[in-house]
Write a protein that binds this ligand. Structure first.
Ligand SMILES: [Ca+2]
Ligand SMILES: [Ca+2]
Ligand SMILES: [Ca+2]
Length: 472
């Protein structure tokens, strides 16, 4: 009994210390360049008790006699950002960063002496991850899911295991043919936030690693908010520089944003330009076009003609003889058969969370490429979940309070209530099925309390999650 009490006391003290430090800047670490006259790569690491990071702060101080460069590296030869050093050093970097480690490369140009110190901290989102909440919420919604699943078991993840050949009616992608031949391959994904924070990219990387260990390099060159004008401008830097064997391209979802006034013809011109330049750099490069998951609610309202932009991608793929990965039909099917799960997988109405990628996007991509299903859940990356959580945390204290949580969904409600009359119609939501599923009292109106209440279990289910360490 005494032993148990002491153990419990120990846990309480550890938790108290952890809580104290996490509120007062826990996680800062320091490192110095060993010899400023020599090239050095320093690997920064998060502390052991931290969760997955989403932000990296680095403070540089010291003095360089001569000139040198310091870079935060994205890949072995790919600087993410670089700063020239000369004389007194005193500056800070802050970046979105979603990896447990970060490589800093120090390169002296003409240095005779000095010193350079780095203080750094990976910021993690704390114990709350939206993804874990959403798995909980899906469990709550399961009776509904089961009923629908037995009626229509056609969501990609429910398909029987496929052979490595994928759909036998389609020839294998060159990517898979080359991997099977034992060749190393570089795949670059290019597009919008649906790729940039799409967990499907990391999950695809995991599946490739499982089936062809060490052979495939997956580089995510996409950018949140980007449209094809950005793609055309950044193609060299984000794609061609990696000398890819396969490129996946999607920009239709942002070209379709009406207020950006990118016409279908203009978007097509950009796409054709990118394709021509990829093929000019390497005629053997395999280009695969993508049509992504369909937006609903206000994100669809902002894109009234998205069907025309998506069709343009299908037309270009057909005209050029390219493979097209179409996420649309699997997502549409989920929206019709199980609208509640659809919204839980993509709660801001456009960005699939990790759970959404696992359920729909990744199985579609993996099957279209001609890979076996594998285990995409081996990737625990959840950039989009963290991003939404970051948006919720208005006070930026790394915890989401109930007030912040509810305020986020109230804001989402208002965005979807296009005419601000306090009621979202099926037309405003662009889905009668989703509207019916959220209209809890079935009076034909979807009001703010109903909308916010739908998401409430995501917060309430977090309670046992946060207190679980004390139970051990
Ligand atoms: Ca907060
Ligand atoms: Ca309305
Ligand atoms: Ca109602």
């Amino acid at each position: 009994m005494l032993k148990r009490t002491l153990t419990l006391l120990g846990i309480v003290i550890v938790l108290a210390i952890t809580a104290l430090f996490s509120s007062y800047g826990f996680g800062w670490r320091a490192q110095s360049v060993t010899d400023v006259t020599k090239v050095e790569t320093i690997t920064l690491k998060k502390t052991l008790i931290q969760g997955s990071p989403w932000f990296l702060q680095i403070n540089f101080s010291g003095e360089i006699q001569g000139t040198a460069e310091i870079s935060l590296m994205y890949g072995p030869d790919e600087p993410y950002r670089t700063e020239k050093l000369s004389g007194p050093v005193n500056f800070k970097w802050g970046n979105d960063w979603y990896s447990d480690t970060a490589d800093i490369r120090y390169e002296p140009k003409s240095v005779t002496g000095g010193k350079l110190r780095l203080e750094y901290r990976f910021t993690d989102p704390g114990v709350f991850t939206l993804d874990s909440l959403l798995s909980e919420a899906s469990r709550c919604a399961r009776p509904n899911t089961r009923k629908n699943a037995s009626r229509k078991p056609t969501i990609a993840t429910n398909r029987p295991a496929q052979s490595r050949e994928g759909d036998p009616a389609k020839p294998k992608t060159r990517l898979v043919q080359n991997l099977e031949a034992g060749k190393k391959q570089t795949l670059v994904t290019f597009g919008t936030s649906l790729t940039a924070v799409g967990a499907w990219v990391d999950q695809l990387r995991a599946v490739l690693d499982q089936q062809f260990p060490g052979q495939a390099t997956v580089i995510n060159g996409a950018q949140g908010g980007a449209n094809s004008d950005w793609g055309r401008e950044k193609l060299d830097e984000k794609v061609l520089t990696h000398k890819p064997d396969t490129v996946l391209i999607e920009f239709s979802v942002n070209d379709a944003v009406a207020k950006r006034k990118t016409s279908v013809d203009h978007a097509r011109g950009n796409l054709e330009n990118m394709i021509d330049r990829v093929l000019a750099a390497n005629p053997d490069c395999e280009i695969i076009l993508q049509v992504m998951n369909p937006p609903v609610g206000h994100t669809k309202t902002e894109r009234p003609d998205i069907a025309a932009y998506d069709k343009m991608y299908r037309d270009v793929a057909a005209a050029r003889g390219f493979r097209l990965i179409d996420h649309g039909s699997a997502w549409q099917e989920l929206l019709k058969s199980d609208p509640r799960t659809f919204l839980l997988c993509s709660p801001d109405t456009i960005h699939p969370l990790r759970s959404g990628s696992l359920k729909v996007s990744t199985p579609v991509v993996v099957a279209e490429l001609g890979l076996a299903p594998g285990d995409p859940s081996a990737s625990t990356e959840a950039h989009c979940d963290k991003y939404i959580r970051h948006l919720m945390d208005k006070g930026q204290d790394r915890t989401v309070s109930r007030t912040e949580f509810d305020a986020f969904w109230i804001e989402q409600f208002k965005l979807n209530d296009t005419d601000s009359n306090g009621n979202i119609t099926a037309a405003e939501l662009h889905s009668p099925e989703l509207h019916a599923a959220l209209d809890a009292n079935r009076d034909g109106n979807l009001d703010q309390p109903e909308y916010v209440a739908f998401f409430a279990p995501l917060f309430e289910n977090n309670a046992p999650e946060t207190s679980s360490p004390t139970k051990r």
